[in-house]
Structures are given as structure tokens and as C-alpha cells.
Design a protein around this ligand. Structure first.
Ligand code: GLN
Length: 303
């Protein structure tokens, strides 16, 4: 299939709607992002990249980082990870505290904030320098160095009262082993990584290659782990909109409040769309529209 004309057309159709939605405003670095930007990029399993719009502009990957930290934790911790983290959709906003008390400090899944903080705790235990290990893994996957945005990381820490509460709450149930500040430092930094659509499409291509590294073919995660990552993206990757995403798009997706969404067509390609304007569930409004158009025009969906 020829993908370039399809994504060119999606970018052209959505040009009229650039600026729709509300840019995340909880930290200045996100609030000042130009809402009129839109990018789309895809990477096929055999490494061909197509891009349109602002596909080379770096943006804050935010919760898309939860995908990389989970892959790394699967690699280092294996199945023991699931003693501390569930695999069910939460049906609640990504930063919700309510379920955590009923469920004794065990987060519903690794893609809500509580779950990602629990994953970060496992990584702090498993890696002597988890921040550097995570950054190196993401850089290796996309074939270019990537970096933390220290301004974003500092703002996340200064305003992350809910995340601080979630971490302390889990610690009170004995579900966090490490110093809460150390765990949150990793979490806030992973959220701050800046990447473009092209870089993210490349970096997530292991998910459409049964876990094989997009550039050197080495094992990033096993085939079974890659399948599980895709399953978790489908059921939990877009928070309380996961049902709507499955209904309208039918692909495993992971979103972030920076306006990026990564989607995977297993065994075919990985895709990243970005537009900073969000809907009320914290997912990119035009990003979701673009993915819906892509699935409709290509017939690619897991269903
Ligand atoms: N940094 C944000 C937070 O921790 C990430 C949330 C997101 O992208 N959904 O709340």
C-alpha cells in the first residue's frame, strides 16, 4: 500500500481544523505550545518512513513514555511486574486516586499515572541509573539521541501534587519500595522527553515487529511481551477513552497530554500523530480524528 498520499491527504483535510481542542495548561512549557500544529508519521515494519505536516517538530511525549518504561520493565523484571500492577482498564481519568484505595495500592494498569509510577519504582530497583537507561533505550530505538527537557521535568515536579499523592499512597500500602522522590524524579523526567512524530514512529516500530529492534533486529521485548504491550495499549492506552478509540479506530494506541498519539498496526506499521489541542479526556482531538481517517482509508485495524 502507498501510504504517503494517504497521510498527505489526512494532513490536508485536517489543516482547516488546526487549533481545535485545548492545549494542556498545567505547566507553562506546554501552555505556550502553538495549538495550530499538526504532524503525522509512519514507519513500516521494514523501516520505510512517510511523514506529513509538522512531523519533525519535537514535542513533549508525556504519557507516551509509559510505553517505553513498561517495555524496559518487562525486560528487566519479567512477569514479577504483575504482582504490583493490574491489566484492567480503569474507566477513570489518568490521574485519578479513587480506585487505588479500594484496590490496596495496586494500580489498575501500567498506563494510568499510578501504574506508571509503580513501573518507575520497579525500574529504580532494577537499574543503577534508570533515567539514563530509559533515555538510551529510546534513543537506540529511534536511531538518534533524545533528551529530557529539564524545564518540563522541573515544572512537572513543582506542580505534580497528584502524582506525589499517588506515589505516597502506594508507598503507604507497601507497594513502592524505593524513596518516593527518586521514583517520581524518574517519572517526571520520562514525561519530559521531547521527540518528533518521525522519531516516535521509528521508536515504536518494535511493536509492529514482534518486539524486534527497528534498526538492528535485536530483541527489545519478546514476541509475547510485544503482544501484551499492544493489548494493554488497546484496552488502557488512552485512559477512559479507550473504548471510544477501539470503537472508532481499532488499533492499539498510547496518548500523552503533549498531544501525541502513537498507534500500532501489528505486523505492519507504527504511526504517530501530534496536535497539541486535547479533548476532555486528555487525548489529542485532531490526533484521534487523523487516526480514525487513517483506519477508514486503509482498512487497517486489528478487527
Ligand atoms: N505529566 C503528566 C502527568 O503526570 C502526564 C499525563 C499524560 O500525558 N496523560 O499527569
Amino acid at each position: 500500500m502507498e501510504f504517503q498520499p494517504i497521510i498527505d491527504d489526512i494532513a490536508a483535510v485536517l489543516a482547516a481544523e488546526r487549533g481545535a481542542g485545548r492545549v494542556a495548561s498545567y505547566i507553562p512549557a506546554l501552555a505556550r505550545v502553538d495549538p495550530a500544529q499538526f504532524g503525522i508519521a509512519l514507519c513500516t515494519g521494514d523501516g520505510r518512513v512517510c511523514a506529513a505536516g509538522d512531523a519533525d517538530v519535537p514535542f513533549s511525549i508525556q504519557s507516551i513514555s509509559k510505553l517505553f518504561s513498561l517495555a524496559l520493565a518487562m525486560r528487566h523484571v519479567g512477569d514479577a511486574l504483575w504482582q504490583r500492577i493490574g491489566r484492567e482498564p480503569s474507566g477513570n481519568p489518568f490521574n485519578s486516586l479513587v480506585q487505588l484505595e479500594w484496590e490496596q495500592g495496586v494500580p489498575r494498569n501500567p498506563f494510568i499515572n499510578a501504574g506508571a509510577i509503580a513501573v518507575a519504582d520497579r525500574l529504580v530497583s532494577a537499574c543503577p541509573d534508570a533515567r539514563a537507561t530509559l533515555l538510551a533505550m529510546v534513543g537506540s530505538l529511534c536511531g538518534e539521541a533524545v533528551a529530557f527537557d529539564e524545564e518540563v521535568a522541573a515544572s512537572e515536579a513543582a506542580t505534580g501534587f497528584r502524582n506525589i499523592a499517588l506515589a505516597n499512597f502506594m508507598r503507604s500500602f507497601g507497594k513502592i519500595d524505593n524513596d518516593v522522590d527518586t521514583v517520581l524524579d524518574l517519572y517526571f523526567h520520562q514525561c519530559s522527553v521531547a521527540m518528533s512524530c518521525v522519531q516516535l514512529a521509528r521508536a515504536t516500530a518494535f511493536l509492529c515487529r514482534d518486539g524486534a529492534h527497528p534498526l538492528d533486529g535485536s530483541t527489545v521485548v519478546t514476541e509475547r511481551q510485544a503482544r501484551r504491550l499492544n493489548a494493554l495499549m488497546l484496552t488502557c492506552g488512552t485512559y477512559d477513552a479507550a473504548g471510544e478509540f477501539a470503537f472508532r479506530i481499532g488499533l492499539p494506541c498510547k496518548s500523552g497530554v503533549g498531544g501525541g498519539i502513537v498507534a500500532v498496526v501489528p505486523d505492519r506499521l507504527s504511526l504517530c500523530v501530534w496536535s497539541p489541542g486535547l479533548d476532555q479526556t486528555g487525548n489529542s482531538l485532531l490526533g484521534m480524528r487523523a487516526l480514525e481517517m487513517f483506519a477508514a482509508r486503509t482498512g487497517l485495524s486489528v478487527f
